[in-house]
Design a protein. Structure first.
Length: 276
């Protein structure tokens, strides 16, 4: 159960994409609608692929299939053209995912830069209103990690674990902040019914996020800290640009914990008791 939790998280990474682009939406209601439709759509496909495949081939047969495994499943039903159809669909899906993630990563930096959480140079846009500096920075990092995966001894599964563990930290803080707003009653304007609902949702989300981090284990949490620590440089630059203290008292404690985790991870990779 614990091992499968990070795989489940990996499938749903990006479900927050509509919220990232919420500033560009014509209606705020479209953001929530897009998120729910995306979640239900991904969940339905996930369940259908797994359940229907088990109705066609046995579990040992499915476990022995090469990727893309669904191509072999459809070939088992309709013949060779089924495998070709899945392969074409997979290529289209990968191109779409690459495009959407390139834009999504850039938009995250662009939005936080406009909020003065990231440096001002990331707010630069071209004539088509594309955040060019954010796009260059994120895509250079993507290419670097693709090259690392090409030469790294780590498996694809390890990289899934790492990516899932890294996204769990923002999920945890987002859930905690949502709960904090509901507890304080900020931005609710005495809407008690909505506040109670958000109190419940925030509490469930926070508990679930804590459970997911526990399920992920300490190893990938430490490796996440190793990647998160350098990001403080951009955060510090943004604070200095607006003449504010780099960290509040609470943020100093959080940053100290991240640095300690990063140092432990770095030593672990050097000594060998941590591997990717």
């Amino acid at each position: 159960m614990r091992n499968m939790m990070l795989f489940t998280v990996f499938v749903f990474i990006g479900i927050e994409g509509a919220s990232v682009y919420s500033a560009r939406a014509q209606k705020r209601s479209d953001v929530g609608r897009a998120t729910v439709i995306g979640f239900i759509g991904v969940l339905a496909l996930l369940v259908l692929v797994n359940v229907l495949s088990l109705g066609i081939m046995s579990q040992p047969e499915l476990a022995s299939l090469q990727n893309p495994s669904l191509a072999a499943v459809l070939e088992h039903i309709v013949g060779p053209w089924g495998a070709l159809l899945i392969s074409i669909g997979l290529a289209i899906s990968l191109l779409g995912a690459l495009l959407s993630w390139a834009l999504l990563c850039a938009e995250i930096l662009f939005a936080t830069a406009k909020d003065k959480t990231m440096p001002a140079f990331l707010t630069k846009e071209n004539a088509n209103h594309v955040p060019v500096n954010a796009l260059w920075l994120t895509n250079v990092m993507i290419q670097i990690f693709l090259l690392i995966t090409l030469f790294s001894a780590g498996t694809y599964t390890s990289l899934i674990y790492l990516a899932s563990s890294m996204i769990l930290v923002p999920y945890l803080w987002s859930a905690a902040y949502a709960l904090l707003l509901a507890v304080r009653g900020e931005s609710y304007e005495n809407a008690m019914a909505e506040r109670r609902k958000d109190l419940f949702i925030g509490a469930v989300a926070l508990i679930y996020a804590v459970w997911l981090i526990y399920a992920g284990g300490v190893k990938y949490l430490l490796l996440s800290a190793l990647l998160y620590a350098p990001g403080a440089i951009l955060f510090a630059k943004a604070k200095l640009e607006v003449n504010k203290p780099v960290f509040t008292h609470v943020e100093k404690l959080i940053f100290a914990a991240v640095v300690v985790g990063a140092l432990v991870a770095a030593y672990g990779l050097y000594d060998g008791f941590l591997t990717l």
